[in-house]
Design a binder for this molecule. Structure first.
Ligand code: GLU
Length: 424
């Protein structure tokens, strides 16, 4: 078999882990090997150079990517990541995960992802805007409301989406809100999108407790690794559900309070310009110690490859809710599964974001906007059904949740791929 070495996927842990997960599920469900052969590689990958004039007058060129993994179910969908470690292979792996995620939760969308190899915290606002506008221009031929719809991911936000949408609209000559999701409300964003991923994580945790016939009470504890776009709303909702959030961590370190952290107070503390690690009502701890806490629920909500063969033996949590994409490597998943840890798989656990992105896309196409209660109720019911379908697959195939999620997703993709057939 020939390998597409050009993508560099052989050396990308996230890609290899996604392939492993897919192969495992394929074996369990005895999938047609031709389907796996097609899904191993992205449909299309674009690599671009992004020259940016920096504030000091010099020009620096950054590398950017947009990868469309599979578009059998509909246009591509997936975020844009600004991160110093972004690469073509990582973007391809994340695009593949988006295909599985959209399929699993029943969206009429395929999987795609974008990235720029840059540390956005080192750029001024003007530099970030130039970078975004040039990146949007360079990939404009492959995106669009009917082709591929980007969204925020690590290092990007509503402002970046607004610049992206404006650039694309300037090129076409009229406003096209449906080209990206995760936009600020005033330029066509959807209510509930900002909190959707974290809210989905909290919903999935509550479904897990129901599934285990357990009640959330005052002794239920959680630790969250990554206090950002996903971790913050997850923490707020978990606290509202009565869970004691005993530890939280960000890039600078973690904090712990055995009686539970007051997340609202912490948010006010951060709003005043303070840092998480200096929060007075908690002790400092390392992120490694946070991951090893004996809690009911551990939420890795930062980045991929956080729980690995190296630290998996320290994990004591009974439930792991994968808020990030690929936070547990395949070796870690195997150990955790053998230990009987219940993993809520990333393609289910963090799908809230893309589900509300789908709502935003639909609202943008119709120029008709929904209220928040309707959005949250629809998000809840889509995730509840998807969770139930994964549990059903786990029971039917006597397998774990990670494999079952992939089986459920592959079933739908296989059906659509067979019906559409291969061209030519
Ligand atoms: N970047 C998010 C993810 O990984 C959201 C993608 C989207 O909203 O399209 O799921």
């Amino acid at each position: 078999m020939t390998d597409m070495t050009g993508y560099g996927i052989q050396d990308c842990v996230l890609y290899q882990d996604a392939l492993h997960q897919m192969n495992l599920a394929g074996e369990v469900m005895r999938i047609d090997p031709n389907i796996i052969e097609r899904l191993k590689y992205p449909k299309r990958a674009l690599q671009v150079s992004i020259p940016v004039r920096l504030d000091d007058g010099s020009v620096k060129t950054f590398e950017g990517y947009r990868v469309q993994h599979n578009m059998t179910l509909g246009p591509g969908k997936g975020g844009i990541r600004y991160h110093p470690d972004a690469s073509l292979s990582e973007t391809a792996a994340l695009a593949m995960l988006m295909s599985f995620k959209c399929s699993l939760v029943g969206l009429p969308l395929g999987g795609a992802k974008g990235g720029v190899r840059v540390d956005p915290t080192l750029l001024s606002r003007a530099e970030l805007q130039s970078l975004t506008r040039r990146y949007a221009t360079e990939i404009s031929m492959v995106v669009g409301p009917d082709k591929d719809i980007p969204a925020p991911d690590i290092g990007t936000d509503g402002q970046v989406m607004a610049w992206f949408m404006d650039t694309f609209s300037q090129i076409k000559g009229f406003a096209i809100p449906g080209v990206v999701t995760g936009k600020p409300i005033v330029v066509g964003g959807s209510l509930g999108r900002t909190d959707a991923t974290g809210k989905g994580v909290a919903f999935c945790i509550s479904f897990t407790f129901d599934h285990m016939n357990k009640k959330i009470d005052k002794n239920t504890t959680a630790a969250i690794h990554g206090f950002g776009k996903v971790g913050i709303p997850a923490a707020v909702d978990l606290m509202a559900m009565g869970v004691k959030v005993v530890a939280l961590g960000d890039v600078h370190g973690a904090i712990h309070n055995g009686d539970g952290l007051d997340v609202q107070k912490l948010l006010r503390w951060l709003d005043e310009g303070n840092s998480l690690v200096d929060f007075p009502q908690a002790e400092k701890m390392s992120n490694e110690d946070l991951l090893a806490l004996d809690v009911d629920v551990l939420v890795p909500a930062a980045i991929d490859g956080v729980i690995t063969a190296k630290n998996v033996h320290n994990i004591k949590a009974k439930i792991i809710a994968e808020g990030a994409n690929g936070p547990c490597t395949k070796e870690a998943v195997q150990v955790l599964t053998e230990k009987g840890v219940f993993i809520i798989p990333d393609i289910l656990c963090n799908a809230g974001g893309v589900i509300v992105s789908y709502f935003e896309w639909v609202q943008g196409l119709q120029y008709f906007f929904w209220d928040l209660d309707h959005i949250n109720a629809k998000l809840y019911s889509i995730l509840k059904d998807a969770f139930a379908s994964v549990v059903e697959c786990a029971e039917e195939y006597k397998t774990d949740m990670k494999t079952a999620a992939m089986v459920s997703s592959l079933r739908r993709m296989q059906m659509a791929m067979r019906l559409r057939g291969m061209f030519p």
